[in-house]
Design a protein around this ligand. Structure first.
Ligand code: SAM
Length: 284
C-alpha cells in the first residue's frame, strides 16, 4: 500500500491564507476521486492553493494541465515568481530573513518593487511575518497589516518553495476574475471554486457589497457560472458557508453539510466551528 505523505511533506501552500482549508480537504479529495478521470483542473479563487498543492503532493494531477487564477495581482505575482525563478526568490527571502526586525518590516511594507522576483519575495516575507498571516491591502492596493509577534517566523522555507516551483511548472497562472473560467473550462474538466464565503454571523450586513467586495450579487453571478459549467459538462465543485443564500442558489445540486474548524474570519474572536457547504454537480 502506498504510504500517505506526512503532514510536513512538500509541496504545501507557501502563503498563509485566510480561508485556507483544514478538515475540509478530506471531503474535497473524496469528491475529486469521484470525478475520476477528469481532463484538466481549474481553480479560479486560488488563494493559498490548499487543494491544488494537496493534489500535487499526492501526485493526483499526473500530467493534467492546471489553470490557477485569482483577481489578486500580488498573489498571482508570487506564484509566477516562484514558477519562473525559485532560486531568485529564495535568495531574496534570505536577504529579508537576515535583516528581519520591526524597522525592516515596515520599510519593506512601504516599498512596492517593480521586478517580479522582488515583488514575490516581498509578499512572502510580509505574509510570514505580519499579524496573523493576513493579506490585506487598502483601497490603493497597499499592504497595510502590522507586524506579527512571532519569535521565529519561517521566512524562507526553501525546500517547500522548490517543491512548489516544481509542481507549478506546467500550470497556467493568471490574474482573472472568476467568470473567465467559463471561456476556459471544457466538458470533462474539473473546476473547484472556493470564493469568499457568504457571512454567517447574523449581525453581518450582507446586502450588495461586503468587506471583501464579494457581496450577494457576486455570489449570484458565481452561481450562474456554476450552472454554465454544469451545462458544458464540466465537473464542478464549490465550498461556501451553509447559509440560506447558498441553499437557495445551489438547491438543485448536491449540497453536503461539513462541520469545519476553519479560519474564515481574520478576527481571532470570530473563528471557530461553522457549517460549511460542499456543492457538486457530480456526487451524491
Ligand atoms: C476563500 S479565498 C480562497 C482560499 C484558497 N482556496 C486557499 O486554499 O487558500 C478567496 C480568494 O478569492 C479571491 N477573489 C475574490 N474575489 C474574486 C473575484 N471576483 N475573482 C477572482 N478571485 C477573487 C481572493 O483574492 C482570495 O484569494
Amino acid at each position: 500500500m502506498r504510504k500517505k505523505p506526512g503532514k510536513w511533506a512538500v509541496p504545501r501552500p507557501f502563503l498563509k491564507w485566510v480561508g485556507g482549508k483544514g478538515q475540509l480537504l478530506d471531503e474535497l479529495l473524496k469528491r475529486v476521486a469521484h470525478a475520476g478521470e477528469f481532463e484538466r483542473y481549474h481553480e479560479p479563487f486560488v488563494g493559498g492553493g490548499a487543494l491544488f498543492f494537496e493534489l500535487a503532493r499526492q501526485k493526483r494531477l499526473g500530467r493534467k494541465q492546471a489553470f490557477l487564477s485569482d483577481n489578486n495581482a500580488n498573489l498571482i505575482g508570487a506564484y509566477r515568481g516562484i514558477r519562473e525563478d525559485v532560486e531568485g526568490v529564495i535568495a531574496r527571502l534570505e536577504v529579508h530573513k537576515a535583516q528581519h526586525c520591526k524597522e525592516y518590516y515596515y520599510a519593506v511594507r512601504a516599498q512596492v518593487p517593480e521586478a517580479l522576483l522582488d515583488r514575490a519575495a516581498r509578499i512572502i516575507y510580509l505574509n510570514k511575518t505580519c499579524f496573523n498571516g493576513l493579506f490585506r491591502e487598502n483601497s490603493k492596493g497597499k499592504f497595510n497589516v502590522p507586524m506579527g509577534r512571532y519569535k521565529n517566523p519561517l521566512i524562507c522555507d526553501a525546500d517547500n518553495l522548490r517543491a512548489c516551483a516544481a509542481v507549478l511548472q506546467k500550470t497556467k497562472i493568471e490574474v482573472r476574475p472568476f467568470e473567465a473560467v467559463v471561456g476556459k473550462a471544457q466538458s470533462g474538466d474539473l473546476v473547484y471554486f472556493d470564493p469568499p464565503y457568504v457571512p454567517v454571523s447574523k449581525t453581518a450586513s450582507f446586502t450588495s457589497y461586503d468587506k471583501a467586495g464579494f457581496g450577494e450579487e457576486s455570489q449570484r453571478r458565481l452561481a450562474d457560472v456554476f450552472r454554465k459549467l454544469d451545462a458544458k459538462g464540466a465537473y464542478v465543485l464549490l465550498s461556501n458557508s451553509m447559509t440560506g443564500l447558498v441553499k437557495e442558489l445551489y438547491g438543485d445540486f448536491t449540497l453536503k453539510r461539513v462541520r469545519a474548524n476553519r479560519r474564515v474570519n481574520s478576527r481571532a474572536d470570530r473563528r471557530g466551528q461553522i457549517d460549511e457547504a460542499l456543492v457538486s454537480n457530480f456526487m451524491r
